[in-house]
Ligand binder design. Structure first.
Ligand code: 4AZ
Length: 263
């Protein structure tokens, strides 16, 4: 039987569309315009991406405290700024050794609480078109359903936890603390505290994933939270869990960045 060109057209279009529609990025997101998120940092260990981070001062990156556990002793991790593709030799990249890690709490009190850490770079970054700061602002009320963007080089396939080569972003919706702690969501395991917030989508098709930790959640242009974790990725009712940049964390950051302090 001869396949008519008409049928062939639909067959080809169908295969193309299904790969386009169902091959997910971050989880369910898309590649950003290169260098359109110039505050993004990639924290790497022996050249492999481990966690995301946000440049908040020329010499300081904000990330998740649990990222520290991924660095075996002996080798020093590095911070890469100005990147889009992790594998390409981009002239916009600036790579830094790390001077010190300052987790909010030295003794992590259970799963995911106080999951925030400052990283001091060995030298200050050169701010330019491709490397910029993301300002911290002291607003932190987020209404249920608010749409936010989460950005990172984390896994794009929940079943194959491999980092993305290019920077990805997805829009997720805020899930109130009450709803996220309810029986049908995390059922208080872990407890979503006042320092945390959940975000996802109803079908679980949009989410952050492994390697996105430490990256930003930006809502209406304001940097509100950082990726902390969650149960696996892309599961409805098990949304991503984020560390909220509450007043408490913002004052802690200010105190650590204050130039008069001995660091
Ligand atoms: C992780 O392991 C991780 N689905 C990050 C985000 C989420 C789960 C795990 C949220 O870094």
């Amino acid at each position: 039987m001869r396949l008519s060109s008409f049928a062939l057209f639909f067959l080809t279009a169908g295969v193309y569309m299904s790969s386009e529609c169902f091959h997910t990025e971050i989880i369910g997101g898309r590649e950003v315009q290169p260098h359109s998120r110039p505050f993004m940092a990639s924290i790497q260990y022996r050249g492999s991406h481990i966690c995301g981070g946000v440049l908040i001062h020329p010499q300081w990156v904000l990330t998740a405290a649990h990222c520290y556990n991924w660095f075996p002793r002996g080798h020093s991790p590095t911070v890469v700024l100005g990147a889009h593709s992790l594998s390409k030799n981009e002239p916009t990249k600036q790579t830094f050794e790390i001077k010190k890690f300052i987790p909010f709490s030295r003794s992590p009190s259970g799963y995911s609480s106080h999951d925030i850490m400052l990283i001091k770079l060995h030298t200050a970054a050169e701010l330019n078109k491709h490397v910029k700061l993301l300002q911290l602002r002291s607003k932190n009320y987020l209404r249920d359903g608010t749409k936010c963007q989460v950005t990172g080089w984390g896994a794009t396939n929940p079943d194959q936890l491999k980092s993305s080569d290019t920077l990805q972003e997805v829009t997720v919706s805020i899930i109130s603390r009450k709803r996220c702690n309810s029986q049908s969501y995390y059922n208080r395991n872990p407890v979503i505290t006042r320092d945390m917030i959940c975000a996802g989508d109803a079908k679980g098709q949009k989410d952050s994933c492994q390697g996105d930790s430490g990256g930003p959640l930006v809502c209406k242009g304001v940097f509100h939270a950082i990726v902390s974790g969650g149960l696996k990725c892309g599961i409805a009712n098990k949304p991503g869990i984020y560390t909220l940049l509450t007043k408490k964390y913002q004052s802690w950051i200010k105190s650590k960045l204050a130039p008069s302090r001995a660091k």
